[in-house]
Design a protein around this ligand. Structure first.
Ligand code: DGY
Length: 342
């Protein structure tokens, strides 16, 4: 008998066609998000679940899917899935890394440029009929050349953002998982400071990648970067990583960019920091209570707001869907899926 797969939302034709070669499938909805009840019903007789970041696959859903052998998320982030509960039941959880790296890094740069060069404001200015003639100090932005880009989270996407920074003549500093985990540990922070003043300006990992990026402690990054961009997964260790305390340490001229996950930032603290001009602006693709947006953000000119479109190109979304289907097929054929979450 062919395996049964529940796909919560219709995916691009190449992915559905590939799935049909090996499995029988049902689709939850053609467009938009699936209801909780439909998700619970859909997993009931399924061997595989292909889901999106809007599907909350918690213990209840996992227990309802008594036959499930794989949960394939069509996203690199997998904070919508209770990976521990799946593991306990011997179910693979997979994601879609790599294929969305460039799109997400490009969108990060789109936000950086839109924010610092006031692109959205300038477009609105024209449409409102306000462009009545060129003026010397009209819509002055902020230069990024020679400034410091601080990358929080130095995985695939963080590095792709760093690679693009050389073209804009920026200095790059970054901090990784350990620097985040030990950010309140004075010993760790003094080691990082000592490394900074040692002879080599570049950390070993940065040099291995051929990137002129310097590893610093989380606090150093927050205090010295002109643009702070977030590329960490959402987990207990990163929830509200950018909190009131972090905003208080930032330069008043700093910009914050978030294309990772909304809850990495304490949104109320960010609104407060923006209102009190403790930072210069923010470029956001993700929100703490998506799709809800804190109302004050909507009225701010120094904020660019996007509806979680980091990976939203036709090519990338098709590649993500295909990868999720390959993961599903591999698991249901008795193989370890290529993107199994460890
Ligand atoms: C992901 O893959 O985690 C992205 O947020 C989806 O665009």
């Amino acid at each position: 008998m062919r395996p049964q797969v529940f796909v919560t939302r219709q995916l691009p034709a190449p992915a559905m066609n590939r799935l049909a070669e090996v499995c029988d499938y049902k689709v939850g909805v053609e467009q938009g998000a699936l209801s909780r009840d439909a998700l619970l019903a859909g997993v009931r007789n399924a061997d595989g679940l292909v889901c999106l970041l809007t599907d909350t696959v918690d213990r209840e859903v996992i227990c309802a899917g008594t036959r499930l052998r794989v949960i394939a998320n069509v996203a690199v982030g997998h904070n919508n899935i209770d990976v521990g509960a799946a593991r306990q039941r011997g179910i693979y959880v997979t994601n879609t890394p790599d294929v969305l790296t460039d799109s997400t890094a490009n969108l990060t740069w789109a936000l950086i440029l839109a924010l610092t060069r006031r692109i959205v404001e300038a477009d609105a200015f024209i449409r409102a009929g306000k462009f009545t003639g060129w003026d010397f100090d009209m819509l002055l932005g902020s230069s990024i050349t020679g400034k410091t880009l601080g990358i929080v989270g130095y995985g695939r996407i963080g590095k792709a953002v760093a690679r693009r920074a050389t073209g804009f003549g920026m200095q790059v500093i970054y901090c990784g998982r350990d620097d985040i985990a030990f950010r309140d540990d004075p010993h760790h922070n003094s080691i990082m400071l000592a490394r900074q003043s040692s002879t080599s300006p570049l950390s070993q990992s940065a040099r291995l990648d051929g990137l002129a990026a310097r590893r610093v402690s989380f606090n150093q990054l927050i205090e010295t970067a002109d643009i702070i961009t977030l590329h960490v997964p959402l987990a207990a260790a990163t929830q509200h990583l950018i909190d009131r305390n972090a905003f208080a340490r930032m330069k008043p001229t700093a910009y914050l960019i978030n294309t990772a996950r909304g809850p990495v930032v304490d949104e109320a603290a960010m609104v407060e920091a923006l209102q009190q001009k403790r930072i210069a602006g923010a470029g956001l693709d993700v929100y703490e209570r998506e799709p809800e947006i804190s109302p004050p953000l909507l009225a701010m000119n120094n904020v660019v707001l996007l509806p979680h479109v980091g990976s939203a190109t036709l090519e990338t979304r098709t590649a993500m869907a295909l990868l999720a289907i390959e993961n599903t097929i591999e698991a249901l054929s008795g193989r370890t899926p290529r993107c199994a979450i460890k």
